[in-house]
Design a protein around this ligand. Structure first.
Ligand code: NDP
Length: 397
């Protein structure tokens, strides 16, 4: 029986609130706080169990600490934006409470994400006897757990990893992003990066692509090499890996819009002066684009996200793809959100459950692959993200 404080009432926050409410034996009291109180109230009104709401600016550590002191949570689930991570971690340290998030820290003024800033909190969490679980979404999150599960059960050693993320769905909008547009566009327009032969290799943004034939009738789709944060911890924690890459699908339509927006400067993250005041173009663009939460009722089709591993078993080469397929409309029927928010919010709830039930415990700052993947994998099947193992004849080149 635990008290949970969820911070961030966006697309993902909505799913986390719904899913925590479905597990009353663990989450006995739920508080949802965000910058805009009205958004918390709207979500709370959808849920049959009582959900307390609060207004907070999580960038203000004193405000966040006061909220923690008032609510006395056993865990804080941070599903605000990556910019808030360090401030919320500071407030958790001050209030003596465990922490979980789904995306690693990113400074507002540099489009760069890496674990360095959050790993630097290791000693502070350890010495306070607290736990911080980083990246408990789908990717990062489930993809780390998939890799750990494959390494534990299917291989003697894993040699190459390709994380592949397909959205084979459509929302019918000319241009929209499935999660926070600012974070999404910063991620997609960044240089590609992958791990090979013990070092990081860099590629121009979206310059490497190929076709991949997805299972269960999804079929061939074009995938693009991106840098994604889980590669950093996975390359460190699985030293037998000779190569680790991340791939995502994009439609031609999405890429054309993005190219135009980039060419005219609308994706810039530095301030420009407009009519005597400073504005940041990407933040202005966010205000114009559809709110990802509004895509819920419009999105049809499925997502498929998985880990493709080549390695050795009993001295022989082996290739396996471990994946989840999630249906946008089924997610909407269950929690009022599309599958991108759903596939992030469900693992956030499960990660919190692992910590609160003692299945995953430790003092310090942890990535997902640090723990036994088995109880988490069981809960994926139980709470809406069932997985399938596909044995393949050949690896990806
Ligand atoms: P949204 O933009 O829909 O929601 C973010 C919410 O956080 C908004 O309600 C916003 O409030 C609130 N917020 C922003 N700043 C503050 C602040 N200073 N204090 C309090 N609340 C604040 O984003 P998503 O729900 O799509 O994404 C949430 C997180 O999940 C992001 O960090 C994203 O990177 C991550 N994510 C992770 C994935 C994974 O698989 N690991 C996949 C997809 C997303 P307001 O509305 O008032 O601005």
């Amino acid at each position: 029986m635990a008290r949970v404080l969820i911070v961030g009432a966006g697309g993902v926050g909505q799913v986390v609130a719904h899913k925590c409410a479905q597990v009353p034996e663990v989450f006995s009291h739920i508080v949802l706080a965000s910058r805009t109180l009205e958004k918390c109230r709207r979500i709370a009104a959808q849920i049959k169990r009582p959900v307390e709401t609060a207004q907070v600016d999580a960038d203000d550590v004193a405000q966040m600490s006061a909220l923690i002191q008032r609510v006395r949570p056993d865990i804080v689930i941070n599903v605000a934006l990556p910019y808030q991570d360090l401030h919320i971690m500071d407030a958790c340290l001050a209030g003596g409470v465990d922490y979980l998030d789904t995306a690693n820290y990113e400074p507002l003024d540099v489009a760069k994400f890496e674990y360095r800033w959050q790993w630097a909190y290791q000693e502070r969490f350890r010495s306070r006897g607290l736990m911080a679980l980083l990246g408990s979404g789908f990717d990062p999150g489930v993809t780390n757990v998939f890799t750990a599960w494959l390494a534990k059960h299917e291989f003697d050693s894993i040699e190459t990893l390709d994380i592949i993320d397909a959205n084979a769905g459509a929302h019918g909008q000319p241009f929209a992003t499935n999660f926070n547009p600012e974070i999404n566009i910063r991620e997609v327009t960044a240089e590609g990066r992958y791990w090979e032969g013990g070092e990081w290799k860099t590629t121009a943004p979206l310059s490497v692509s190929r076709m991949y034939d997805f299972p269960e009738g999804i079929g061939p789709m074009k995938i693009y090499l991106l840098y994604h944060e889980e590669l950093e911890s996975i390359a460190k924690n699985f030293p037998t890996l000779k190569r680790a890459r991340f791939w995502m699908t994009f439609s031609e339509n999405y890429l054309t819009h993005l190219r135009v927006l980039q060419n005219v400067g609308m994706t810039r993250i530095d301030a420009v002066v407009f009519q005597g005041r400073e504005i940041v173009p990407i933040q202005f663009l966010k205000a114009l684009l559809p709110d990802p939460a509004s895509l819920g009722p419009l999105t049809k089709g499925r997502t498929c996200i998985g880990a493709l591993v080549r390695g050795k078993k009993d001295g022989k080469d082996k290739v396996a793809f471990l994946y989840n397929i999630c249906d946008h409309e089924a997610c909407y029927r269950e929690v009022g959100s599309q599958a991108i928010s759903y596939t992030t919010g469900v693992p956030a709830m499960i990660g919190a459950k692992m910590m609160l039930t003692g299945k995953w415990r430790g003092h310090g700052v942890f990535n997902m692959e640090a723990f036994d993947p088995d109880p988490f994998m069981e809960d994926l099947n139980r709470y809406g993200l069932p997985w399938t193992l596909q044995k393949l004849d050949a690896p990806m080149d």
